[in-house]
Design a protein around this ligand. Structure first.
Ligand SMILES: [Zn+2]
Length: 229
């Protein structure tokens, strides 16, 4: 079973990909992880990617595709793979189809994690963590039991990631809607899309994805899924 997880940053793709890796023995191919690993390993592709990232530029498609091909050839056997963070554009989706075809493989399913923008902004923008033990918190959903004191280690220092603010999250969502949503149409034409509610809690999303994989999920993209407001 070869899968793509689609959804905006903050929808929980990485978390769900990890759960699938553990529960279904699929190989998780996260382009972010792969790029970092290739740079750390100093492979030819890694050196090229490292140079480009150092200049603050986007790593070109052919390089990312090369990395995916390398990983697929190395450990693409077994039960299949989950792509997280790729493809993001139609051009990348077409390149992925070619790459798979060359290897006698195909994409079996695309899981689209639907989110509502305001809800996602609230979720991501409220995140912070203990500076000492790393315990994760949220302004609304999971504040410390005693304000300003970590539940786990009782320290009083907290950190907020700089890019977890409303402005950054909104601009990432805009990029996602413009670039990645056409992919849903692309894969709907191939009859591969299953939608899950990305705003549900982690366990519920995991269950919905499990049902989709077992052939019981909602088929196709939901139309007009925008939340009012
Ligand atoms: Zn702590």
């Amino acid at each position: 079973m070869n899968l793509v997880l689609l959804g905006p940053p903050g929808a929980g793709k990485g978390t769900q990909a990890k759960l699938l890796e553990d529960s279904r023995s699929l190989v998780k191919l996260s382009t972010g992880d792969m790029l970092r690993a290739a740079v750390a390993a100093g492979t030819e592709l890694g050196r090229k990617a490292g140079d480009i990232m150092e200049r603050g530029q986007l790593v070109p498609d052919d390089l990312v595709i090369g990395l995916i091909a390398e990983r697929m050839d190395k450990d693409g056997g077994g039960h299949g793979f989950i792509l997280d963070g790729f493809p993001r554009t139609i051009a990348q989706a077409e390149a992925l189809d070619r790459l798979l075809k060359e290897r006698g493989k195909k994409l079996d399913m695309v899981i689209a994690m639907e989110v509502d923008d305001d809800g996602l902004v609230a979720r991501v923008a409220g995140r912070f963590a203990c500076a000492f033990c790393g315990e994760g918190y949220h302004d609304i959903y999971k504040p410390p039991k005693v304000e300003g004191v970590c539940d786990r280690c009782s320290s009083a220092g907290f950190l907020r990631r700089q890019d977890d603010n409303e402005e950054v999250v909104r601009s990432r969502l805009e990029a996602y809607h413009a670039q990645t949503e056409p992919l849903i149409d692309y894969y709907t034409r191939q009859d591969k899309v299953r939608t899950v509610d990305g705003m549900a809690d982690i366990a519920t999303v995991q269950k919905e994805i499990g049902r989709a994989l077992d052939g019981e999920g909602r088929k196709g993209a939901k139309n007009g899924a925008k939340t009012p407001g």
